[in-house]
Design a protein around this ligand. Structure first.
Ligand code: SF4
Length: 531
């Protein structure tokens, strides 16, 4: 039987933050999955608001929007439907064909054949009924995957370099660290009640496609002056309404210290009661933005908790501005092997495509795949002599190993189609926008990060895009319609910067024309060699 704890009498006066904090104190949702099984037996109407609005997230599950959300649709109205969406965590984006085939099967049977690769290397499913959920969680558990911790006030999916172990240039294969961090921290009961979500990445590559600058904690591999490999640590990155690039701690962290460092930082975050007063200010970045913490004071607290001091950090070379989509056929460091990166426009795939991808990964390689933060899919360990053949097969299933700069650079969050926080529709809009730009600017020849996000929460990472579009509603010809605010000049790496809102906004239907004018002017006015 589901146990419902009555809220205290003063509940009516509770703020949202107080209510969520109370719910978290009352229950660790990971310990009571039997309650979900009971909902599944008793049907959607048995789901109590505490679960629908909060506890489900600890199991990677949200109630979803109505699946309509077309341009000019009903976004932002918090539509409650009988359906749920679920994120499946994939530490470092690592996937096997066996796992992918199971996800494909779940997508076809339970999710109306729609799956999205997210900007944290997860796979997200929609249209799930409460009756389906226990079966799906059980099936995922059997293949070593889980939605646990993919949402909620917990450590989220640990991201990493999708080329870990195969990249010529990598300093270290940090995927084992990413997986270790996931095992140690994600779904760890010690950290089931954090002030809010907590994002960790670990990468050993020199181009940082896991975007350490926008994670709460990020490890990037580095060599010190003696040639020893270790990690630099950054803390306090995040986007949302008030973007903040992570600060670097002056410490050289040895590989065997990294998990303890991450644990100590997560504990520091957990213990900051001040961050629990407002949901809008409950990220670790606010210690630096509002509470006067500095890189020095933060490191001192980490060292105090661990009981030892670190050597100073090694000098690092920040990555230049390169497109990190890994699309195309590229040689691996292993002789005779290549990886083949397929560009998945806005991360959207069907169950059939997932199943076909699993088959191709086995036919042409050893069944290993990786998801990326740019919402793409990489096939690894492919016999170089057959990589071209794989590319043709991928073309047949609608996955491209090349593409225009618009196709390759477009990213989209969930939007009103399924996200109840969304203001504007994103996935259909992005597909249409890319089609329009390909037609209006066929001569466009530069890489371009074009990120579309359906609300200020910035899951589509518009703050670090060359052109970021933030969803709004505006009145147009007498009707409230989807619209976008334009932000330009965001970047990570050596030229890291938050994109600047330029004060221009347009109804969604007018965005392609506006971008055509902007990018056309750039093409006409750029100096030779300018990117
Ligand atoms: Fe939803 Fe907003 Fe995140 Fe997009 S940015 S997925 S609309 S919360």
């Amino acid at each position: 039987m589901t146990q419902i704890i009555a809220p205290p009498k003063e509940a009516a006066k509770e703020t949202k933050a107080q209510r969520i904090e109370r719910l978290k104190r009352e229950k660790n949702p990971w310990e009571v999955f039997d309650e979900v099984r009971a909902f599944a037996r008793e049907g959607r109407s048995s789901v109590v608001p505490e679960w629908a609005n909060a506890y489900f997230k600890w199991w990677g599950i949200y109630t979803q929007g109505d699946g309509i959300g077309a341009v000019g649709g009903k976004g932002g109205e918090g539509l409650a439907t009988e359906y749920f969406m679920m994120r499946i965590g994939l530490p470092n984006g690592l996937l096997t064909s066996h796992q992918l085939r199971t996800i494909a099967d779940i997508t076809e049977r339970h999710a109306r054949n729609v799956a999205d690769i997210t900007t944290r290397q997860n796979i997200q499913l929609h249209w799930l009924t409460i009756e389906d959920i226990p079966e799906i969680v059980d099936e995922l558990t059997k293949i070593g995957l889980s939605p646990k911790g993919a949402c909620g006030d917990v450590v989220r999916n640990v991201t990493g370099c999708p080329l870990a172990g195969i990249d010529h240039e990598e300093i270290a294969d940090a995927s084992s660290l990413a997986v270790e961090l996931a095992h140690a921290l994600v779904a760890n009961p010690e950290f089931y009640n954090l002030p809010r979500k907590f994002k960790i990445s670990a990468t050993g590559c020199p181009v940082w496609c896991s975007y350490p600058e926008i994670n709460d904690v990020a490890f990037t591999a580095i060599k010190n002056n003696s040639g020893e490999v270790g990690y630099t640590v950054r803390v306090g990155g995040g986007l949302s309404n008030e973007p903040h690039l992570a600060v670097k701690l002056d410490a050289f962290v040895r590989p065997n210290q990294a998990v303890d460092v991450a644990r100590a930082i997560t504990a520091i975050f957990r213990d900051q009661e001040v961050l629990r007063e407002s949901r809008d200010r409950a990220r670790i970045k606010y210690l630096f933005m509002k509470e006067n913490w500095t890189a020095e004071s933060f490191l001192a607290e980490v060292e105090r908790r661990l009981g030892y001091k670190f050597e100073p950090g090694a000098p690092e070379k920040l990555p230049e501005d390169v497109l990190r989509d890994h699309v195309g056929i590229h040689k691996q460091k292993q002789p005779g092997l290549s990886y083949v990166g397929a560009s998945v426009l806005r991360g959207r795939l069907t169950g059939d495509q997932l199943a076909a991808a699993a088959d191709l990964a086995e036919r042409f390689g050893n069944g290993q795949l990786r998801t990326t933060i740019m919402q793409n899919l990489i096939f690894v360990n492919i016999d170089t002599a057959r990589a071209g053949e794989l590319a043709k097969e991928l073309q047949h299933i609608g996955l491209h190993v090349d593409g225009t700069p618009f196709w390759r650079g477009a990213i989209a969050c969930t939007g009103t189609e399924f996200c109840k926080l969304a203001i504007s529709e994103t996935k259909g809009f992005t597909r249409w926008l890319v089609d329009e730009l390909q037609e209006s600017l066929p001569q466009f020849d530069q890489q371009l990060k074009l990120h579309v996000t359906g609300c200020p929460n910035s899951c589509g990472q518009h703050w670090i895009a060359d052109i970021g579009l933030e969803g709004k509603k505006i009145k147009h010809e007498g009707k409230m319609v989807d619209a976008y605010y334009f932000c330009v000049g965001g970047a990570v790496g050596a030229h890291a910067a938050i994109a600047r809102p330029v004060g221009y906004r347009a109804p969604a239907t007018e965005v392609p024309a506006a971008l055509t004018r902007l990018l056309g002017a750039y093409l006409n006015e750029r100096t030779p060699g300018e990117n």
